[in-house]
Design a binder for this molecule. Structure first.
Ligand SMILES: Cc1cc2nc3c(=O)[nH]c(=O)nc-3n(C[C@H](O)[C@H](O)[C@H](O)COP(=O)(O)OP(=O)(O)OC[C@H]3O[C@@H](n4cnc5c(N)ncnc54)[C@H](O)[C@@H]3O)c2cc1C
Length: 353
């Protein structure tokens, strides 16, 4: 596995259940910010399949009981997960969550090469030679029968094979971390549509709130220097969000790409793409982490079947991942359609069918 995020670790755990030895290489550094903390109720099923329920109930993550939504008109609606077949979702402490997954993988005896970066792949005698580099240690070479590209948006294996990505939009997250105001989120994720995008806020560790303004990057000049001021002015113009967050001190703010994208060719003779490396979902779906875990599980089952001689296993996996992606894009279009207040603004105009 190239990449040790949710997709790479779920792939490794499932391969382990098939008694297939594997190695994970990952270049993630502890201080790098990963966005995404709302885990939809449907995720509970894959945690059970992967034997990871204990991660969620470890006391480090909090229950996600529903959404506060301002969409379609200016009224605030509360949608609880009461009637969801899977129960409530979770608000993750994201960095701790990934640490727990890494520890689980290591506890199964699966080698995890941390702080190693894929530098080169070459094919030799039906094997893939994977060269990795480390800033402070000697390079490492792995001879593999198969590679899973689990490198997230980098899709680094596919990239090295010259495969391009189709990008559906220019969505970006302009984010900051804030303190709660008098009006608490109480286990809810908050979503509010705006003239040029939409807001997303969710509780995170240490009684903080992560706030994302989601909009198309080409609609705003790159304004990193004054990003905080720009965001604070935009928060002040909201009808509801401003009542949930205190904006007196904003220690962390940044911009991250959040485009919806799909690899033109998500696999080959001895490799497949998994999770974000294969396709990325609009954060409005809250599906990215669940998809990474589910696709890791399915990819590993497909690899196991392929290694046993089932030549169609990989293409079946790719077909099902593509079908899921297309279904999600169609559902998302409906969701964007249901907001008609700013039809002339390019952000909403682009999202009309
Ligand atoms: C703004 C925003 C908000 C989001 N909110 C949510 C949310 O609320 N809920 C949700 O479910 N999802 C959300 N997501 C999506 C979610 O975070 C991703 O879908 C998820 O992290 C995908 O997991 P992954 O394992 O495929 O990729 P990643 O988590 O990106 O992991 C990939 C790993 O590969 C490593 N890697 C990359 N290149 C190399 C290399 N050359 N060598 C070695 N290692 C490498 C990286 O360091 C990383 O650790 C959000 C995304 C964005 C952008």
């Amino acid at each position: 596995m190239v990449g040790g995020g949710p997709a790479g670790l779920a792939t490794a755990l499932t391969l382990h259940s098939h008694n297939i030895p594997s190695i994970v290489i990952d270049n993630h550094t502890e201080n790098a910010v990963k966005l995404g903390e709302s885990l939809a109720p449907s995720a509970n099923a894959v945690f059970r399949k992967l034997g990871l329920e204990g991660v969620l109930t470890s006391g480090q993550h909090s229950l996600y009981v529903g959404n506060n939504v301002v969409w379609g008109d200016s009224s605030l609606r509360q949608r609880y997960f009461l009637h969801e077949p899977y129960g409530d979702g979770w608000h993750l402490n994201r960095s701790l969550f990934e640490k727990q997954l890494r520890e689980t993988v290591i506890s199964h005896g699966i080698p995890l090469l941390q702080n190693y970066r894929l530098s080169e792949i070459t094919a030799r005698d039906d094997k893939m030679i994977v060269s990795c580099s480390h800033s402070d240690a000697a390079p490492y070479t792995i001879t593999a029968d198969f590679i899973a590209d689990c490198s997230g948006r980098a899709s680094i294996v596919a990239k090295k094979m010259g495969i391009k990505k189709q990008t559906v939009d220019n969505l970006a997250s302009y984010y900051f971390i804030a303190e709660p105001a008098a009006n608490p989120l109480k286990g809810m994720t908050f979503i509010e549509a705006a003239a040029d995008g939409w807001w997303y806020a969710a509780p995170i560790a240490n009684n903080r709130i992560i706030v994302n303004f989601m909009s198309d990057s080409d609609l705003h000049p790159a304004k990193t220097a004054s990003l905080t001021d720009w965001l604070l002015r935009k928060v002040a113009a909201t009808e509801h969000l401003k009542t949930y967050i205190s904006t007196t001190a904003i220690p962390t703010a940044g911009i991250k790409t959040a485009t919806t994208s799909l690899l033109e060719k998500p696999g080959g003779k001895q490799w497949i793409a998994v999770g974000d490396a294969l396709c990325t979902y609009d954060p409005l779906t809250s599906f990215g982490i669940t998809n990474a875990l589910v696709s890791g599980h399915h990819a590993a089952n497909a690899i196991a079947s392929f290694l046993q001689g089932n030549t169609g296993a990989l293409s079946d996996y790719i077909t099902s991942q593509m079908a899921l992606f297309n279904k999600s894009v169609a559902l998302l279009q409906n969701q964007y359609q249901s907001e008609q207040r700013w039809p002339e603004h390019p952000f909403w105009e682009r999202r009309r069918v």
